[in-house]
Design a protein around this ligand. Structure first.
Ligand code: URP
Ligand code: ZN
Ligand code: ZN
Length: 465
């Protein structure tokens, strides 16, 4: 199958230029001056007036994740179909090593969830809930199998939290193997005390999720994670960084030349703590905005945007972890601490960040970098993913800057009964989405010949910056 995408502006992390892009047998085969004839094409797409960008890579998703007494509502089928509609062609999801069990069992379980279901390509990180001699040993097998990054938590006592000694041991081991430790850097033990105190004072509403998880808990966790990584002489990557002071800790480290990296998420760039307050007479609406770290007051937005512009933040991922209001968020109707933590986002990341481009907050090249090229490099996929160049997978999005879209439950494809962005109109959308050369989405409709199970596991290399 030969496809030519004609006359669009190809955008990379560094350049923008008009070219025809040829796709052949699942790969990008050539970029040529507009109109250059390279023989016959089976399919021609006119991209005049549009941008041609590498498919989005969302390196932080939780499909079908058991959490908070329920399970994230998107599975690998619904979640990846939704992702493709939003221009994302690869996800990296989090497999879980359960306490007392092996990473092998966790990885097998996540392969079973994804295989035969995912509609686009996917990789896995491994959540480590303990760093015992056997899990430390197993890290090398994971890396050999292309699971080259590990998430550890300072938060969620009794569920995922690990102590500093375990984090440090895992960092040392990752350093030996070329693996990357990613951190949920909020200090969970004092947060738990604040939660218990708020509940004992009769505070049950969703906004207490934010009021019991202060910014300083994240800043301190971030500083501690960086200190441990510095002692271990390894890189470290902060997931879902949400706030000014945590960002300042990353900036200080980077200014000292340390390999500290961080991602933020659209919810921390566009939503704020007030969303957790719900509406007058309907405080409960705030439950749809319960995610961790909590949404921050709006003044944090400008710091995070600046961090993206200045390369102190490297990636925007989604932390897609959807729970329906009905039956799922409702588990916390009388106790905010029982509201399952997480929000939907895998479909709307590019739409929202494009709005940032149109508002002059980031350049179009930076948009491509933080949504695709940088996650490909950091997580060992660059060359295959994250770039439009001969030999790369033909994961290509034709982005129409004039195609407005109003976000909402009825216009999006994620399996969830609300949208945190309901009614919000964004200024651009994908017109065509290719995954390994297959046109899968056109004009917001799935047009791929196959869907369920066409996605392939991406065996990732080691940390690539
Ligand atoms: O609220 C969130 N973020 N849910 C998913 C788990 C995590 O901490 O990433
Ligand atoms: Zn987390
Ligand atoms: Zn997460």
């Amino acid at each position: 199958m030969r496809t030519v995408i004609k006359g669009g502006t190809v955008v990379s992390a560094s350049d923008s230029f008009v070219a025809d892009v040829w796709l052949e047998d699942g790969k990008v085969s050539a970029l040529v001056a507009p109109g250059t004839q390279l023989g016959a094409a089976d399919q021609t797409i006119d991209a005049t007036g549009q941008y041609v960008i590498p498919g989005g890579i969302d390196c932080h998703t939780h499909m079908e994740m058991p959490f908070g007494g329920t399970t994230a509502s998107d599975d690998f089928e619904t979640g990846t179909i939704a992702a493709a509609h939003g221009g994302t062609t690869t996800i990296v999801d989090f497999a879980i090593q359960s306490k007392g069990s092996s990473m092998r069992a966790g990885l097998d379980a996540w392969h079973a969830k994804a295989e035969g279901k995912a509609a686009i390509d996917y990789g896995f990180h491994m959540i480590m809930t303990e760093a015992t001699p056997s899990t430390l040993e197993e890290m090398s097998a994971m890396i050999r199998e292309g699971v080259t990054s590990f998430k550890m938590f300072m938060a969620y006592p009794g569920v995922f939290l690990v102590d500093d000694q375990q984090i440090f041991r895992a960092m040392l081991r990752a350093g030996e193997l070329g693996g990357l430790i990613t951190m949920h850097a909020e200090i969970g033990l004092p947060i738990d005390v604040l939660v218990q105190r708020a509940l004992s004072q009769g505070h049950t509403a969703p906004v207490y999720h934010a009021l019991t998880r202060p910014e300083i808990a994240e800043a301190t966790g971030t500083e501690r994670a960086i200190a441990l990584a510095e002692m271990a002489k390894v890189p470290v990557y902060m997931v879902h960084l949400s706030a000014q002071r945590a960002l300042e800790r990353v900036m200080e480290a980077r200014d000292r030349g340390l390999p500290a990296y961080a991602e933020t998420c659209p919810q921390y760039l566009f939503l704020n703590e007030d969303h957790l307050r719900g509406e007058p007479g309907n405080e409960w609406k705030g439950a749809g905005y319960v995610a961790t770290p909590a949404l921050r007051p709006a003044h944090h937005h400008e710091h995070l945007w600046r961090g993206l512009r200045n390369y102190d933040l490297q990636v925007v991922a989604t932390d897609h972890c959807p729970f329906c209001m009905k039956d799922q968020k409702e588990l916390g109707k009388n106790d905010f601490s029982k509201i399952p933590n997480g929000m939907p986002g895998v479909e709307t990341r590019l739409h929202l960040l494009w709005e940032g481009v149109t508002q002059g907050k980031i350049s179009i090249n930076r948009f491509v970098e933080i949504t695709s090229t940088a996650p490909a490099k950091i997580f060992g996929m660059y060359g295959k993913k994250g770039v439009i160049a001969p030999g790369a997978d033909a994961d290509v999005v034709v982005w129409d800057p004039k195609r407005k879209k109003t976000l909402g439950v009825d216009t999006l494809h994620m399996r969830i009964d609300y949208s945190p962005f309901e009614g919000h109109t964004v200024p651009g959308s994908p017109s065509h989405v290719f995954s390994r050369g297959d046109l899968v989405v056109q004009d917001d409709k799935w047009v791929g010949k196959t869907k369920r199970g066409r996605g392939q596991f991406v065996r990732r290399g080691t940390f690539g910056l």
